[in-house]
Design a protein around this ligand. Structure first.
Ligand code: HEC
Length: 191
């Protein structure tokens, strides 16, 4: 009998601490997304103001991966993805795609973009991984490079750098993509 109670108690504690851990992971991931968003927008605004969209392309092009890299600390991986891609390297996997489609639908139905986030724990025979996504809506400032009317010289640079660019024609308020953030919780490979 005692061992049953002990087993139950241990199970109970394990459940509570797993829930706490998930809440903490979610908060850390959400903060990483918010910080990256603010940093990218600041860089973009400054670059657009001082040098215009043509040169600001480097803010979204070169700076975004750098910012993502700098934020990828303590085992966290930070990136961006979208259904309509500019850089094919940002392609979504099956889970990301399903969440992007859900975010898109929720935005259309009037949900505030700031609330659109989702998380899960992915486990296979190799790793157990916490995954988090947060929606990125289109703002006015994005339209110079992702909107309907893009300056000819900007179009030319985009066409040269991203021949398969599908990330134009957006309107303000639509879903542009999402931050996608993950952390390996356990590596099961014995090597
Ligand atoms: C000055 C031009 C420019 C502006 C303005 C701009 N972007 Fe981008 N955006 C780019 C370029 C170039 C890329 C490709 C980056 C890369 O190579 O990873 C990109 C890629 C992205 C991606 C990654 C997914 C993909 O399609 O590859 C997201 C998400 C994104 N932009 C969101 C935004 C948002 C949100 C705004 C407004 C806050 C914005 N961008 C404003 C040029 C711009």
């Amino acid at each position: 009998m005692r061992s049953v109670i002990l087993a139950f108690t241990l199970f109970h504690f394990a459940t509570i601490s797993a829930a706490e851990n998930t809440a903490q992971l979610e908060e850390e991931a959400r903060n990483l997304a918010i910080q990256m968003d603010m940093q990218l927008k600041t860089q973009l605004k400054n670059a657009m103001k001082s040098r215009g969209p043509l040169n600001a392309i480097t803010a979204c092009n070169i700076k975004a991966p750098q910012i993502a890299e700098a934020r990828s600390t303590d085992g966290w991986q930070v990136g961006r993805t979208s259904i309509r891609l500019r850089n094919p390297g940002n392609k979504s996997d099956a889970w990301e795609r399903s969440i992007l489609l859900a975010f898109k639908q929720q935005l259309v139905e009037g949900a505030p973009a700031a609330n659109l986030q989702s998380s899960m724990i992915e486990s296979n025979h190799e790793v157990s991984r916490y995954r988090f996504m947060k929606a990125i809506p289109v703002d006015e400032i994005c339209l110079a490079c992702h909107g309907d009317t893009i300056a000819k010289n900007v179009q030319a640079v985009l066409a040269e750098k991203y021949p398969s660019d599908a990330a134009t024609g957006y309107k303000s308020g639509e879903l542009r993509g999402a931050f996608t953030i993950s952390k390996i919780l356990e590596n099961k490979r014995a090597d």
